[in-house]
Ligand binder design. Sequence first.
Ligand code: DNO
Length: 357
Amino acid sequence: MQMTMRWFGTGHDSVTLEQIRQIPGVTGIITTLFDKLPGELWKKDEVLALKKTVEDAGLSIAGIESVNISDAIKTGSAERDQHIEHYIRSLEVLGEAGIHLVCYNFMPVFDWTRTELARKRSDGSTTLAYNQMMIDKIDPNDMSSVISEQSNGYVLAGWEPERLAKLKELFAMYKDIDEEKLFANLKYFLEAIMPVCEKYDINMAIHPDDPAWSVFGLTRIMTGKDSLLKLMKLADKPFNGVTLCTGSLGTNPQNDIPDIIKSLGSRIHFAHLRNVRHNRPGDFEESAHLSSDGSLDMYAIVKALYDSGFDGPIRPDHGRAIWGEAAIPGYGLYDRAIGSAYLLGLWEAIKKASPRT
Ligand code: DNO
């Protein structure tokens, strides 16, 4: 297991690599070429420059989050094959640079969705939250401004203004995309990229849908145990795996995360560990990482991961905004640093109680 921190790149993040370097136990960076649009080709010199920046700070790249999937690939439209070709060439470039983990998602139109990016909690911290009643009142065409108005001036991952400027077109592209078609398009994509993953030993780790249900009538397929197990079979290779995101799967209280971990076993290549607090049906907020602050049993989750033999990167995922920090919502330094120390503590205790043989 390697503890990591997400970093969005020079000029895109309020947190520096030098700060991350000082968090005890964090050795890896999860990053991306932030300016790349889905479908674009990643170039070797760009990847090598990113790698050098991270390594010059005494850290290493543990994985890429994300190489995003274009809407053409998700919907199977005319440009799909060209975009898949770009994806394959981008994976080659990553493989040649010694990067072996890629996180991606297959969510239509919107990536992770929240209604509030700074909901005030009783202790004065703020956090990301979701309220279904608010979503039901929002015109989806206004969704990108709902997000950008609360984003402290940052562009948020998955909310590329260039792409979302054409929301009407995007919704039209997905008009006939039901679960079956989305699964078929995912299969087509996975089958096409498996050979390059095999050649360069690249683990693909799909990110579950967040929240784990359909939003604005758009189909979502990565929502729980059954769909994740179905995904495993779409391309039954070890390289076709999952990002175990507890905050996303945990949006649905029906998802038994330790059981999902047990079922997926060695196909979990990456873990996003954070807690979520369910206030009432249809309303949740991202709590501090501790079990006592949210609705998830983080000890049971970390134990299930440890028991499954998990050996990949973990990141503390989102944190609350605390101590007056102004950062990308969910991605400040302080609460994620506290979260990683807590997760490392859980891991150490679990490991010492039952050493792997
Ligand atoms: C949000 C993230 C997601 C995630 C993508 C993966 O903070 O967890 O944006 O990176 O869905 O492609």
